[in-house]
Design a protein around this ligand. Structure first.
Ligand SMILES: Nc1ncnc2c1ncn2[C@@H]1O[C@H](COP(=O)(O)OP(=O)(O)OP(=O)(O)O)[C@@H](O)[C@H]1O
Ligand SMILES: [Mg+2]
Length: 272
């Protein structure tokens, strides 16, 4: 490993000041109402230190809203988000980021007209407290992150010229430049071709290997099965399952949520 690669390894690593089994992040009775619609309904769960926790559910289940609640973009109607024993509830998103929670967006928000490395550098500037103080230092950090991700060749490309897969990797790079302890990923593989899906899965795995805890929304079952130790399932804003990928895939309530009641009944009859 070169000196630069080690520096970037540090970027992605979290200080391991807690035992491996402890929870990093906790949702307690988390609820979000939009008028008469309850998008997230009294959800409890914990994310363990170092794990990849998946978040799945049919369209409109409340997955992105859940991430908005955790990252401080949307204040919850009720309940709490707790990071290593500290309440995040009510903090604005930039403060949540500074405390070590970074995210990517389902609808990507790169700064148009800027290059890839400039976009990543902005991530570095707004990341954890004590990040690079100058834009020059932030650009240096951006180059390290892009290099670590194997994306150095894209550094000077303009955002408008990137493919969907490249934009998704940029989103990941921008979030990584924030030096997160917890990384929230909202469908980072959507719109990627099969090769790009493989690349992004490998990147997510490498980030996790560096000790970053990951909470990942994904529709692609191959990625969920391949990356996640546990999976949380939402349906109409409610938690309907939480377990290993195998456990949730075999859970009748999950099958019913995805495929409808009639299919679940047919499956039960077939199994009997
Ligand atoms: N700002 C908002 N105002 C009003 N309703 C909203 C708002 N954001 C989300 N919703 C509604 O809340 C519900 C949950 O939306 P959310 O985007 O969290 O679902 P999702 O699980 O991420 O879906 P998808 O798989 O399509 O991304 C939906 O019915 C959606 O229309
Ligand atoms: Mg969503």
């Amino acid at each position: 490993m070169t000196h630069q690669q080690e520096a970037v390894a540090d970027v992605a690593a979290s200080p391991s000041d807690v035992s491996p089994s402890s929870d990093v992040l906790e949702a307690r009775g988390l609820t979000c109402r939009f008028g008469g619609l309850t998008a997230v309904d009294s959800v409890d769960f914990q994310i363990r230190q170092g794990e990849v926790l998946g978040l799945i559910g049919p369209n409109g289940a409340g997955k992105t809203t859940m991430m908005n609640l955790i990252s401080g973009l949307t204040p919850p109607t009720a309940g709490d988000v707790v990071l290593r024993g500290r309440r995040l509830t009510g903090l604005p998103s930039h403060q949540v980021t500074r405390l070590g929670v970074a995210r990517t967006f389902q609808v990507m928000r790169p700064f148009p007209g800027l290059t890839v490395r400039e976009n990543v550098a902005i991530g570095a500037r707004f990341g954890k407290a004590g990040g690079p103080g100058t834009m020059k230092a932030a650009l240096g950090r951006a180059d390290e992150v892009l290099d670590w991700m194997g994306l150095a060749h894209l550094g000077r490309a303009e955002i408008g010229r990137l493919t969907t897969g490249e934009r998704k990797k940029l989103e990941l790079a921008r979030a990584l430049a924030m030096e997160p302890q917890v990384l929230l990923l909202d469908e980072v593989m959507a719109g990627c071709n099969p090769r790009e899906v493989g690349d992004v899965m490998e990147l997510v795995q490498r980030v996790n290997d560096r000790g970053v805890t990951i909470f990942l929304i994904e529709h692609l079952m191959k990625a969920v099965m391949g990356l996640c130790q546990r999976v949380l399932v939402l349906h109409h804003g409610k938690r309907i399952a939480l377990g290993t990928p195998r456990e949730v895939a075999d859970d009748p309530a999950v099958v019913e949520a995805y495929l409808g009641q009639r299919y679940a009944e047919a499956r039960r009859t077939a199994d009997a």
